[in-house]
Design a protein. Structure first.
Length: 283
């Protein structure tokens, strides 16, 4: 346990140091003026969002479509769970259980990239229960530096039912291996600040809500992907991520809010390995 705690501590500290010590990089390219589009489909072994287990023992298919023009963009994203987790039945059918809409705007200001937007999370009935009955809406703002490791801070504010702030600090680096293959490495750390104990409560080790609001470092992610340009417009990307709690409080909370099933809270997973492949067509 001490080793895991030390790793999480140094992970957050290292991420912060990389962010603050990054140095300026190459000049920016001129902003593209013509409309752009991207159609991507991801096939993954699991759906994990901000450290929360949203599927178990099933393949998920996540199509996404983005249209952009002069800094503005519209994105539609969805999740199809091919075998929704249900310990009460032995039979499963694929379920489309989430459709998200994101409206955003971004602009380059010298060394900085700034942006913001709105996200609507549309949850289908399989995701809704007595504890989680409503869709969600967020506003967010981000700022990144055009420097080594591209440090980025994004702040999300939920404005509908699950009142909280979520702060995400991330870094990434791309290594060009050849003209068609590159390696992208990334890491991020999230901080969850709840403003409503009923929405995001602090949990104890038995998986029970304590009545206090959660406020602590939450989930960390390290990932590697290998974009391969099959053609000028088609990219195939194998990807692998490790997602884990950054604190003991986060571990208890992620287990308490994760899929319940018949597994005791103390035996539920709080760290996940998510892998799969993405296919993208852009223009």
């Amino acid at each position: 346990m001490k080793t895991n705690s030390g790793f999480r501590k140094w992970f957050v500290l290292g991420l912060f140091m990389f962010t603050t010590l990054a140095v300026p990089g190459a000049p920016l390219r001129a902003e593209e003026e013509k409309p752009t589009g991207d159609f991507t489909t991801a096939v993954l072994n699991q759906y994990v969002w901000r450290g929360y287990e949203l599927s178990r023992n099933s393949i998920v298919i996540q199509p996404s479509m983005t249209i952009g023009y002069k800094g503005f963009s519209v994105n539609m994203w969805g999740n199809l769970d091919t075998k929704p987790y249900s310990p009460a039945t032995a039979s499963h059918t694929g379920t489309w259980n989430e459709t998200d809409l994101t409206l955003s705007y971004g602009k380059t200001l010298g060394l900085f990239n700034v942006g913001g937007g709105y996200i609507y999370y549309g949850l289908a009935s399989p995701n809704k229960d007595a504890a989680d009955p409503n869709d969600s809406q967020e506003l967010y703002a981000s700022v990144s530096l055009n420097t080594l490791l591209s440090p980025t801070l994004t702040v999300y504010k939920e404005i509908d039912h699950y009142r909280n702030w979520y702060f995400l600090l991330g870094i990434s680096h791309v290594v060009e291996l050849s003209k068609i293959v590159s390696l992208k490495l990334a890491a991020s750390a999230g901080y969850l600040l709840s403003t409503d104990a009923d929405a995001y409560a602090k949990y104890d080790g038995n998986g029970a809500a304590t009545g206090d609001k959660f406020s602590n470092f939450h989930d960390g992610t390290v990932s590697a992907s290998l974009p391969i340009k099959a053609t000028e417009r088609i990219t195939i990307t194998p990807t692998l991520s490790f997602i884990f709690p950054l604190t003991g409080d986060a571990k208890d909370e992620m287990k308490g809010r994760g899929l319940k099933g018949t597994v005791l809270p103390s035996e539920r997973d709080s760290s996940f390995v998510v892998g799969g492949i993405l296919a993208s067509f852009s223009f």
